[in-house]
Design a protein around this ligand. Structure first.
Ligand SMILES: Cc1cc2nc3c(=O)[nH]c(=O)nc-3n(C[C@H](O)[C@H](O)[C@H](O)COP(=O)(O)OP(=O)(O)OC[C@H]3O[C@@H](n4cnc5c(N)ncnc54)[C@H](O)[C@@H]3O)c2cc1C
Length: 123
């Protein structure tokens, strides 16, 4: 079984490693549009505030680690631009078509701003 996971944040990376623990034989591929995956988003305030000084400390895993320890194929700088559910494949921004048996979308979410009078005047 081939599982393609879109998004290498906390959800995508956790899903990938958990899946490996559940299934040693599955082919697992993680597609992340930025240059890095497993970035500690929660640690950002500490990095900005100077508590964490080294940028490298913000990254908990690399594609090489995922490959070596979990046999997970991570592709960074790879954005999924469309999904063909009928043929079970995704298309990347590099025009590569990647087939899957199972697809996981772990692309994060957007902030929802409540409708409160005066919100529009905030900086
Ligand atoms: C400043 C800050 C502090 C926080 N502090 C805490 C905390 O203390 N405790 C806590 O529990 N939570 C905290 N959070 C929230 C936590 O970071 C998020 O809940 C978590 O990062 C969500 O993970 P995710 O994988 O769902 O999404 P994301 O982290 O948003 O990851 C989604 C990934 O998908 C990638 N992606 C999106 N679209 C595509 C595409 N089409 N193709 C390929 N890749 C794609 C993105 O580049 C991204 O890497 C904090 C968040 C912020 C911003």
């Amino acid at each position: 079984m081939k599982v393609v996971i879109v998004g290498g944040g906390a959800a995508g990376a956790s899903c990938a490693t958990r899946l490996r623990r559940l299934d040693e034989k599955a082919e697992i591929m993680l597609l992340e549009k930025t240059a890095e995956h497993s970035v500690s988003t929660c640690g950002l305030p500490y990095y900005v505030g100077g508590v964490v000084e080294d940028r490298a400390d913000m990254i908990s895993a690399t594609p090489l680690m995922f490959d070596k320890f979990f046999n997970i194929d991570v592709r960074t700088n790879t954005e999924v631009v469309s999904i063909d559910r009928k043929n079970k494949s995704v298309l990347t921004d590099t025009n590569e078509q990647i087939k899957y048996d199972k697809l996981v979308l772990a692309t994060g979410s957007r902030v929802v701003l409540p409708k409160i009078n005066g919100m529009e005047n905030l900086p």
